[in-house]
Design a protein around this ligand. Structure first.
Ligand code: GAP
Length: 434
């Protein structure tokens, strides 16, 4: 049983993870700001992805392409003609819905009649330069993927790459969604973590299976509960215009099973389309077989905001431990905003405070560390549990004698004594993901 979304939204606001955007002006429909702890959590999700997709592989390159691209990109990619959702209006209350999200021909809000469906393009338009006319039209990218395709030849040549290899990118995308909602699950401005893997065509099916498996397992490595994650193959009539096959990694969000990430077999659709439209050669020459061909592409496309939300929902527990009720976020140490909190037990003893402050200063050089001496120890532990800090360290008078501290584990609440000089490696070891 997962937690309901209101509980998560309320914790996020109360503890500084996520705030409604422009709240003092009444907000702006489904846009959200990441607060002090949220920015850490989301950065950690993105860092984990980059670490595993780029740094720990020898067949990968990174990229950070511009959000604004030549509008011809979106014509060639099929987005101008086809990146649409069917839209219906209620004739009574004037609300708008995605036609495929309503059952029958009546308004789900007021029961009024609905208009015929018409296609609505989801790309945000803007204008470059001081003149607002068609010549200056530009789009905010609706996916990061196209920035990768148009740089395929640049990366291939500058890095002297051989196939197979991939290009990974993290960045903002924009879609004028008809029905955003469910907190940060579907928004109009969001961040994607996408990778395009270029392969020799006869090996594409094998690589597709490999990436489906790899990406499915990725979420478990960061502690997601297996019963909340599943793979779902797309039916033929569900496939995007570019895809030969697609699997969704789905998460059991409070509103039900929903897409977390898609892994698509895109064939040679994109490179061919950009080669045709730009007149550039986007083929690959295999110097072993002496053959020239357009590579096939396997694309795992994840959402940074959706993954962050899923990790939050998954980590959230209300439980009773040692006869005390508590709310705890059991986030993997690699994802937790703070890795450790330093809690001096006697803030009136200057030597205790000095020792605690020195440890705090030392640890902050390596990872985000919190320091708090503003309450009774039970309350301080509860506050750290609620934001997912995996370890709390207390310093007491005994520390002054034996140079040892008490370290408490968030999940078990068990405590052990370790040397002051061991705290850093103790915490760092727990952050490593095999
Ligand atoms: N390049 C392929 C592509 O963009 P997608 O399934 O449309 O595929 C990939 O998007 C991922 O981006 C989704 O699985 C989801 O995690 C995230 N995403 C897409 N639209 C989103 C939205 N409106 N709000 C938040 N995340 C979104």
């Amino acid at each position: 049983m997962t937690t309901d979304m209101d509980t998560i939204v309320s914790l996020c606001k109360r503890r500084g993870f996520i705030f409604q955007s422009s709240e003092i002006y009444g907000g702006l429909g489904s846009t959200w700001d990441y607060g002090p702890l949220g920015v850490e959590l989301k950065n950690n999700v993105k860092r984990a992805w980059w670490q595993d997709m780029v740094y720990r592989r020898d067949d990968m390159e990174g990229l950070d392409a511009a959000i604004l691209m030549n509008p011809k990109v979106w014509e060639a990619s099929g987005h101008v003609a086809g990146f649409t959702d069917p839209l219906v209006d209620c004739k009574e209350c004037k609300k708008r819905f995605r036609a495929d999200h309503v059952e029958g021909a009546v308004c789900p809000e007021c029961g009024g009649g609905l208009t015929e469906a018409r296609q609505f393009n989801l790309m945000f338009k803007t204008f470059m330069g001081p003149v607002e006319d068609d010549a200056a039209l530009a789009y905010l990218r609706p996916e990061t993927a196209q920035g990768i395709f148009v740089n395929f030849a640049n990366v291939l040549e500058s890095r002297r790459r051989k196939l197979p290899f991939g290009i990974a990118q993290i960045g903002k995308s924009f879609r004028n969604e008809i029905t955003p909602g469910n907190f940060t699950f579907r928004t109009r401005e969001f961040e994607q973590m996408e990778m395009e893997f270029f392969v020799e065509p006869s090996t594409a099916d094998e690589w597709f299976d490999y990436w489906v498996n790899e990406r499915h397992n990725w979420y478990f490595r960061y502690g997601m509960r297996p019963e909340n994650v599943r793979l779902r193959p797309h039916a033929d009539d569900e496939l995007a215009h570019y895809a030969q096959g697609c699997y969704d990694v789905e998460y059991l969000f409070p509103m039900g099973w929903s897409e977390l990430e898609g892994i698509a077999h895109r064939g040679d659709f994109d490179l061919k389309a950009h080669a045709d439209a730009s007149g550039r050669n986007l083929t690959y020459f295999d110097d072993k077989t002496r053959e020239r061909y357009v590579p096939y592409v396997i694309e795992p496309a994840a959402g940074a905001d959706r993954a962050t939300l899923a990790f939050l929902v998954d980590a959230y527990r209300e439980e009773e431990i040692r006869e005390r009720k508590r709310t705890v976020l059991k986030l993997h140490p690699a994802l937790a905003p703070f890795k450790v909190a330093i809690l001096p037990l006697l803030r009136n003893r200057p030597e205790v405070v000095e020792t605690a402050r020195n440890l705090y200063a030392d640890l902050r050089r390596f990872f985000p560390t919190d320091y708090n001496d503003t309450g009774a120890i039970g309350r301080l532990y509860a506050r750290q549990d609620e934001v997912g800090t995996p370890f709390c360290v207390t310093i007491d008078v005994q520390t002054l004698d034996d140079q040892q501290v008490t370290i408490r584990d968030r999940d078990t609440t068990e405590q052990e004594r370790i040397g002051l000089d061991q705290v850093r490696t103790y915490v760092q070891d727990k952050m490593v993901v095999e």
